[in-house]
Design a protein around this ligand. Structure first.
Ligand SMILES: [Zn+2]
Length: 127
């Protein structure tokens, strides 16, 4: 028990005692009708029907997400990328045709003299 004090609307002091257990929402006597614990959502339901309903809605929720996951797997994750690459390729081909392939095929077809890889080859040709 806990003492409490206060004033009423006219300013007269009020006091008394109260049960702290009631403040916390605890009951003074043991409950006789226990609520049904639901093994599906780990909470309590009033009736067995509610528990079954909880199970049903949970199953529906799970199957919905499983179906969604399967649908996502079916879709090709790189399909969009592939399409974009093909578009880029066609744009590249167009550009190459416009510039006549000059960038990719030098006219003289000779490697620069300071090139490490082809320097030896060029010397052989000169001999
Ligand atoms: Zn439940």
């Amino acid at each position: 028990m806990r003492a409490w004090g206060g004033k009423d609307k006219d300013g007269n002091p009020l006091n008394g005692t109260r049960d702290a257990n009631l403040d916390k929402g605890w009951l003074l006597t043991k409950p006789t009708d226990l609520k049904l614990r639901c093994k599906y959502c780990d909470k309590w339901h009033d009736t067995q029907e509610e528990v079954e309903g909880c199970n049903k809605s949970r199953k529906a929720f799970v199957s919905l997400h499983e179906r969604k996951a399967k649908e996502e797997l079916k879709e090709d994750p790189v399909a969009d990328l592939r399409k974009e690459v093909n578009e880029l390729k066609s744009v590249m081909m167009e550009l190459m045709e416009k510039i006549g392939g000059k960038v990719f095929q030098p006219e003289n077809n000779e490697a620069p003299e300071n090139s490490k890889e082809t320097g030896g080859v060029k010397k052989k040709v000169e001999r």
